[in-house]
Design a protein around this ligand. Structure first.
Ligand code: 9MR
Ligand code: ZN
Length: 564
């Protein structure tokens, strides 16, 4: 039994082992490189593995940083460009190890992409692909429909998160972000081999992984086109392996947000799979059309509620306009049909967005308008409104400037303000990273690219706890994620490659509430404890923005090297 620090006088989290904070994976040679110190100092050095000093610089004061509660000091070694493995050293203290090199993020990119394979459901994980994390087939039985008691085959897909549920809106969001990463950076994925059963099939691994989820999503569509909201047991399983979870599986009621998201992602995927598998592409297109037809016949919002006695995830939404906006955009992008264009334009002007235009760039499972906007901006079909496209480009760019200004105010260069440290704050951080990549592509401004990298640095250890929030990565990263297989598999290390939810000032679970003192600075509201699901869980839609961001970085670097 581990004894965690309990409420005490000094600030919770300030006794973290490394007190010089760097990106534990590393830095690209030409990029900005800043280590953060939460204590004053005059000089810092970069040392190699032998402890030899290779670079020296002056520490400068940033001032007080609200989110971390730290007085922040910066050690800038941007002009140190030599490839190698180093630590930052100040007085007797050192940072964790990190690398400088052109391809520093490649292994991480591979790991976060591979992570989806470990979440596959209805399937045994083969030792050839999963190594010691192999396990037997799980959740293969038919599931009972809560609508009419019929038994349905909904085998497959990815486990959502630390739990074994499978949720349609969450799955659509994750899958779509991966598909967009592919759409923007196909050449990057052409080279990515993550050693899954489909590797070498001629289809990029990322698309094979998406197909695993898409096949499940197709099963979650009712004959009339509506989508069931989720497939889970009635209550979350205890900390057992997935194959040991024998509780009865249910398919819950349909929702209009799940229907719209399923329609959208099938339309998106249909366009992409046209180049690889015409039959699959047609199946996806038919599903998208059926889904859309149901939406047309049901203009009212159909929300989702858990039945009595059920404690699995809700993914509740307050409305479905952003989901319908996304669906209309993808249908127009796929078919070029004027009907969808008109629907999209009408939704674009919906009063729902008045004073809330940020929903048109939002990339999350609960607000997904940004994917609709991307679909419309990228679409090459005649008849699209150039005025709308110009507006959306402005919106994405304007938001990137706003995010940049927020990052400038933070000692750690994070875009997150106090209030954004909620459940899954690392997702918001990564969405900022995605938005910087998009703004860099839209405007060519390199400053946006630098800030995209900064968000990655924050995730990977340049934060007030010095925690690298990806399992199996860096020298100091979570080893007790709220991830059932890792809690149950009797293997010391966690399954690698998962982005962790991260600090959450709202302390949304009873264990977090018990352990973390009220008033702890937001960026310190985190602990590596498997009970704390609101701090230390993993999800499929926290990895997907990391993949987009890392693919964007690979793409940028390849272009740069070509230019040189
Ligand atoms: O990621 C979700 C987060 O944004 C919400 O605040 C939270 C509470 O509703 O739910 C999170 O989603 C969980 C889902 O409901 C069930 N599987 C695990 C998800 C991550 O914790
Ligand atoms: Zn399963």
């Amino acid at each position: 039994m581990l004894i965690y620090p309990k409420k005490k006088d000094k600030v919770f989290g300030s006794d973290t082992p490394y007190r010089i904070f760097v990106d534990q994976v590393g830095y690209l040679p030409d990029s900005r490189k800043i280590a953060v110190l939460p204590f004053p100092a005059e000089l810092f050095a970069i040392i190699d593995e032998n402890g030899d000093k290779l670079y020296e610089g002056e520490v400068r004061s940033f001032g007080h940083d609200e989110c971390s509660g730290d007085d922040v000091y910066l050690a800038d070694f941007s002009d140190f460009r030599r490839n190698g493995t180093y630590r930052v050293s100040v007085g007797g203290k050192t940072s964790t190890r990190f690398r400088i090199g052109e391809s520093v993020y490649r292994k991480l990119f591979c790991d976060v992409s591979k992570a989806y394979y470990y979440t596959r459901c209805g399937h045994g994980l083969d030792e050839r692909f999963a190594g010691k994390f192999a396990h037997k087939r799980c959740h293969t039985e038919l599931a009972e429909s809560l609508e009419d008691g019929t038994m349905l085959d909904i085998k497959g897909g990815w486990h959502d998160a630390g739990d074994y549920g499978r949720y349609v809106t969450a799955g659509c969001c994750a899958c779509a972000q991966l598909l967009y990463a592919y759409k923007f950076f196909p050449e990057v994925f052409a080279k990515l081999n993550v050693n899954i059963p489909e590797s070498g099939s001629g289809i990029p691994d990322i698309l094979s992984e998406c197909r695993w989820e898409l096949e499940w999503l197709l099963k979650m569509q009712r004959a009339d086109g509506a989508a069931y909201h989720k497939a889970t047991t009635m209550r979350h399983a205890p900390f057992i392996m997935p194959e040991a979870d024998k509780s009865k599986m249910y398919v819950f009621t349909v929702s209009s947000s799940a229907t719209a998201d399923l329609c959208a992602v099938c339309a998106l995927a249909s366009g992409i799979f046209r180049d690889f598998d015409q039959t699959f592409s047609n199946r996806l297109r038919k599903a998208a059309e059926r889904g859309y037809q149901w939406l047309e016949e049901h203009p009212e919002f159909v929300g989702f509620f858990n039945p009595a006695g059920c404690d699995t995830g809700l993914y509740a939404e307050e409305g479905d306009i952003d989901n319908r906006y996304w669906a209309a955009a993808e249908m127009f992008a796929l078919t070029g049909d004027a009907k969808y264009n008109n629907h999209f334009k009408a939704l674009f002007s919906s009063p729902y967005f008045d004073g809330r235009s940020y929903i048109k760039t939002a990339l999350g499972h609960n607000m997904i308008g940004g994917l609709g906007s991307l679909a419309y901006v990228l679409c090459d079909k005649p008849g699209k409104s150039e005025e709308v496209v110009a507006f959306l480009n402005e919106l994405f760019t304007g938001e990137a400037y706003w995010l940049r200004d927020k990052a400038k105010k933070c000692g750690y260069a994070s875009t997150l303000e106090d209030w954004e440290y909620y459940w899954g704050s690392n997702m918001s951080l990564l969405h900022s990273g995605m938005k910087f990549i998009l703004a860099n592509l839209m405007t060519g401004r390199e400053e946006f690219y630098e800030y995209a990298l900064e968000q990655l640095h924050v995730l990977l250890g340049k934060n007030t706890l010095g925690m690298c929030y990806v399992t199996g990565t860096g020298e100091y990263s979570p080893v007790r994620p709220h991830y059932r297989p890792s809690a149950a598999d009797k293997i010391d290390e966690p399954v690698p490659g998962f982005v962790i939810g991260g600090p959450n000032r709202e302390l949304s679970d009873p264990f977090a509430k018990d352990i973390i003192p009220v008033g702890t600075p937001p960026m310190k509201c985190y602990i590596d404890d498997e009970r704390c699901y609101s701090l230390n869980e993993i999800t499929i839609y926290w990895n997907s923005p990391a993949i987009f961001l890392l693919a964007g970085i690979e793409h940028h670097e390849a272009l740069k090297n070509k230019d040189e």
